[in-house]
Write a protein that binds this ligand. Structure first.
Ligand SMILES: Nc1nc2c(ncn2[C@@H]2O[C@H](COP(=O)(O)OP(=O)(O)OP(=O)(O)O)[C@@H](O)[C@H]2O)c(=O)[nH]1
Ligand SMILES: [Mg+2]
Length: 352
């Protein structure tokens, strides 16, 4: 079982096979050092943001390992409870436990002290399903990329949009925001304040209060002025599901009429602290509009990291971005390796 070592190698080393050649070339070496430095910075954000989840999960696993000196049914019952309590759905937990049992038989593992790596390995395997998980945003150069952002009130849409726009601007992209949440008083102003803070252009409602017309104006402006990215903020809740459905339908129609293969991303923002409740809300959204991925916010505020697995299982969607704090720089592209490392760092050597 070398799962943790392999994970660390993937995260912190560039390409082991070229190690010898690399050291000869100082320019390459410098470039590699820069990449590693950047990577470490990102991983560190995961490590800091996932502190609550990690401490909670690792502590429980370590306690379980010390409490039992044999791996038996009682051990598995307690493990099952820990996994369920960390927001992994019951069906997935059953699956993970089944896989762990199979593995310890093959590897002939009898001591609970050696099981943590098997647990992590199986959780990882369930997520990837032995295939490569692509969580990149569908953004291309030389076209207008339209990103529609939806989700319930307070899930973190507007904040995420500001963080995302800020990231794009830092990467020299020309970004326009569309304030299409005309339902909630104060929503436009909130996005406006962010746009000023990050130095980003914004389209606000003109005469009418119709979100679709804001979107129309925003697309016109983006096309005319060669923007790279248009991000659309939407209302979290309307009077009822039909209204929400109609509004999102209308917005999508306007977008498609102007750019047939857009929106290039329809991201659902999900508050990680809401657990199963958030998952049910997400299912409602999935029924009313097509989605391309999840932004999981407030991961820093919860102690339950298992929700990432449950999202994939129950919504059949991947987490593409993860919110690890309230500040502008606290949004990261989702990396399964960094996430798992942030969740279990220290668990293997008992040093949480
Ligand atoms: N700790 C933490 N807080 C977050 C994160 N993302 C958003 N928030 C906070 O969540 C709160 C709600 O965020 P908003 O961006 O206003 O949520 P919204 O979905 O736009 O809400 P409505 O406009 O009411 O629909 C704010 O206080 C944010 O600072 C995160 O990743 N971590
Ligand atoms: Mg908002």
């Amino acid at each position: 079982m070398e799962f943790f070592k392999k994970l660390k190698d993937r995260l912190f080393k560039i390409d082991v096979s070229k190690q010898k050649e690399k050291s000869k070339n100082t320019f390459l070496k410098k470039q590699e050092n820069l990449i590693i430095k950047k990577r470490k910075k990102t991983i560190n954000k995961y490590v800091l943001g996932l502190k609550k989840s990690r401490t909670n999960f690792s502590r429980q696993i370590l306690e379980l390992q010390t409490k039992h000196n044999k791996i038996n049914e009682e051990f598995f019952e307690e493990l099952e409870e820990i996994l369920i309590m960390s927001d992994i759905s019951v069906s997935l937990v059953t699956n993970i436990i089944y896989e762990i049992k199979k593995e310890i038989k093959i590897e002939n593992i009898t001591s609970p002290k050696l099981i943590s790596e098997v647990i992590i390995d199986k959780m990882f395997a369930i997520y990837t399903n032995d295939s490569i998980v692509n969580t990149n945003l569908n953004i291309e150069n030389n076209r207008l990329n339209v990103i529609l952002v939806v989700g319930v009130n307070g899930s973190g849409k507007t904040t995420t949009i500001a963080k995302l726009a800020n990231n794009f601007i830092n990467n020299n992209k020309k970004v326009l925001l569309a304030a299409a949440d005309t339902f909630r008083a104060g929503a436009i102003e909130q996005l406006d304040i962010w746009s000023q803070k990050i130095g980003c252009d914004i389209i606000k409602p003109n005469k009418s209060n119709d979100p679709a017309s804001v979107v129309y104006d925003a697309i016109e402006k983006s096309k005319k002025n060669n923007y790279d990215i248009l991000i659309i903020d939407t209302a979290g809740r309307l009077q009822n599901k039909i209204n929400l459905m109609n509004e999102l339908k209308k917005i999508n129609l306007i977008i498609k009429r102007k750019i047939p293969n857009a929106p290039h991303e329809s991201l659902l923002v999900l508050d990680a602290t809401t657990g199963q409740n958030g998952i049910s809300q997400a299912k409602h959204f999935k029924e009313v509009t097509s989605l391309s991925g999840i932004v999981l916010t407030k991961m820093d505020g919860t102690s339950k990291g298992g929700i990432v697995l449950t999202i994939k299982e129950e919504l059949d969607l991947l987490v593409k971005l993860i919110g690890l704090g309230e500040k502008l720089e606290d949004l990261e592209e989702f990396s399964l390796d960094s996430f798992i490392y942030g969740m279990v760092k220290g668990i293997v050597n008992g040093n949480i």
